[in-house]
Design a protein around this ligand. Structure first.
Ligand code: IFM
Length: 448
């Protein structure tokens, strides 16, 4: 039996655009995702988040299920576009009122809200002014974060400034498969990174000014490696933090090194190295706003082995286990990946996302039997416990995701939830994994 620390925070996560729907209700504004989804051909089957899981109206059902599951915490995001539709510092009180209801119901249910202030829902009005390609967006985000912390002071204690800035760079501005759908050059992509780094710095400072007791983090994602054998540990660490002009947008260190260590990764002789040198000492000081906690969104990694020239990726054998999205199942990443991140940054950490998409459906008995998800979560959590046992300071785990939801360019075809959403009716059906996770939370243990 595997036992987690007594005070471990068990939770589940979601994000605004993926679950809420009704972006423009009650004075809200459209985000870049509304624009992108309504551009034909961008999303599988032209799905969109107009209704999504209808959490805008059905949030109370979701929070009741969270409570039934025994969750200690709920990580959700707030839609900036719902709250500041005009990009002008005028706050839409009705939009804020929705989050008041969510936060208050969490608190009344004994669930601690972990609020992510930005999970890719950039107001279209800010995009029209240059989006993340201009510094003004970073400054505006700082102003938004400060207002939010003042508004929720005494009720929200934990914030994440940005979710996965790596994806905004890589998917939003490199490959263009995510909103705003741009393909710009490396210097432009680096600018998008720097503006998000500044946004974190401005936001964290503004939150602390408004609420000195707030605990503030950022949720990072990116390439992680694990050793093939014990002889390959250094190689796996080196592969995780390797620097290359061709493979940098989806990495933790280009985000977290400047934020936590105060400098960019060593990149002498690369184009990135030259770009990094162009960031002024004053801006680096703003960026170097060390989070109280770090959030890690982790789904899979690469096995690596040592070679005479450094390291190489171990090829996956034919038929390697994969999720419905064809992501490899590599539980080792929650052990070694987490250890490497904790060694490098030394901050208390949370797994802010982990889970998988399965081809879930309602069975003839009316239930959703997702044995694959239970097996995946058991393996990954067992690996996480090994990291903790080896000294990694991981305080909590947020399963992704509480409910099935809108999986960005993959639309509604991918189901990540512990709770099944029947989209035609909006009905919520807890899957087998929901009850399995309920037991994990109740006992703080995993057995298999
Ligand atoms: O659904 C996403 C989430 O919004 C960000 N992290 C990865 C998840 C699965 O793709």
């Amino acid at each position: 039996m595997i036992t987690f620390p007594k005070d471990f925070i068990w939770g589940a996560a979601s994000s605004a655009y993926q679950i809420e729907g009704h972006a423009t209700a009650d004075g809200g504004g459209r985000s870049i995702w509304d624009t992108f989804c309504h551009t034909p051909g961008k999303i599988l089957y032209d799905d969109h988040g107009d209704i999504a899981c209808d959490a805008y109206h059905r949030y109370a059902e979701d929070i009741a299920l969270l409570k039934e599951m025994g969750a200690k915490a709920y990580r959700f995001s707030t839609s900036w576009a719902r709250i500041e539709p005009g990009a002008d510092g005028v706050w839409n009180e009705s939009g804020l009122a929705y989050y008041d209801k969510v936060v208050d119901l969490c608190l009344a249910s004994g669930i601690t809200p972990y609020m992510t202030l930005y999970h890719w829902e950039l107001p279209q009005t800010y995009e029209d002014k240059g989006g993340w390609r201009v510094r003004e967006t970073a400054e505006a985000f700082g102003r938004f974060a400060g207002m939010m912390a003042a508004h929720f002071r005494g009720r929200v204690t934990h914030y994440f400034t940005l979710n996965e800035p790596q994806c905004t760079v890589s998917l939003g501005h490199e490959t263009g498969v995510h909103a705003p759908g741009m393909k710009i050059d490396q210097a432009g992509q680096f600018g998008v990174l720097v503006n998000q780094l500044l946004a974190h710095g401005y936001a964290m400072r503004a939150i602390k000014t408004a609420d000195p007791d707030a605990i503030v983090g950022i949720a990072s994602t990116g390439r992680l490696c694990y050793p093939e054998t014990d002889a390959d540990i250094d190689a796996a660490r080196a592969a995780t933090f390797a620097v290359s002009d061709d493979d940098w947008t989806f990495t933790h260190h280009w985000l977290l090194d400047p934020i936590c260590l105060g400098h960019f990764p060593e990149a002498e002789g690369t184009r990135l190295g030259a770009l990094a040198k162009s960031v002024s000492a004053e801006d680096l000081a703003i960026i170097h706003t060390v989070p109280d906690i770090l959030g890690y969104n982790i789904y899979n990694g690469h096995a690596v082995k040592f070679t005479a020239s450094g390291f190489e990726y171990v090829e996956r054998y034919p038929g390697f286990p994969r999720t419905a999205l064809k992501w490899p199942v590599t539980p080792e990443v929650l052990d070694w990946g987490v250890r490497f991140l904790q060694e490098r940054y030394g901050r208390p950490g949370y797994i802010t996302e982990n889970g998988l998409s399965c081809n879930d459906r309602i069975y003839l008995d009316g239930q959703v039997h997702d044995a694959e998800r239970i097996d995946f979560l058991a393996r990954y959590l067992a690996a996480l416990e090994r990291a903790i046992a080896h000294g990694a300071d991981i305080r909590g785990y947020f399963q992704w995701s509480l409910t099935d939801n809108f999986e960005w360019n993959a639309g509604y075809g991918e189901r990540f939830g512990l709770i099944y959403i029947d989209y035609p009716t909006g009905q919520r059906i807890p899957k087998d994994s929901f009850y399995w996770y309920q037991n994990v939370i109740r006992n703080g243990t995993i057995s298999f």
